[in-house]
Design a protein around this ligand. Structure first.
Ligand SMILES: [Zn+2]
Length: 89
């Protein structure tokens, strides 16, 4: 199943910074299943149940089973609930 990696921006950064800046100031990195209707778009909810609206999709292509789904540099921000969900797929 294709997944999309999303950055949840810090709330205090969300109004003053443009798209893309969220990656520099992430609150958490989540993953969502790809929307089955729109290629490249995430489904409405992440694997941990948060709405994907307002999150920034990352161009990172997730690796296969056993690989990490988040960019290595953002590993400290990875959502543990999404991580657990992805490992149980
Ligand atoms: Zn999550």
């Amino acid at each position: 199943m294709p997944i999309i990696v999303l950055v949840e921006p810090r709330k205090e950064m969300s109004t003053d910074f443009g798209a893309g800046k969220a990656v520099s100031f992430p609150k958490a990195v989540h993953a969502a299943p790809a929307d089955s209707d729109v290629a490249g778009d995430p489904a409405e909810l992440t694997f941990c149940g948060k709405p994907t609206a307002g999150m920034e999709p990352l161009p990172h292509m997730p690796k296969g089973p056993g690989g990490s789904w988040y960019p290595g540099g953002l590993s400290q921000y990875r959502c543990r609930d999404c991580d657990r969900a992805l490992h149980s797929l």
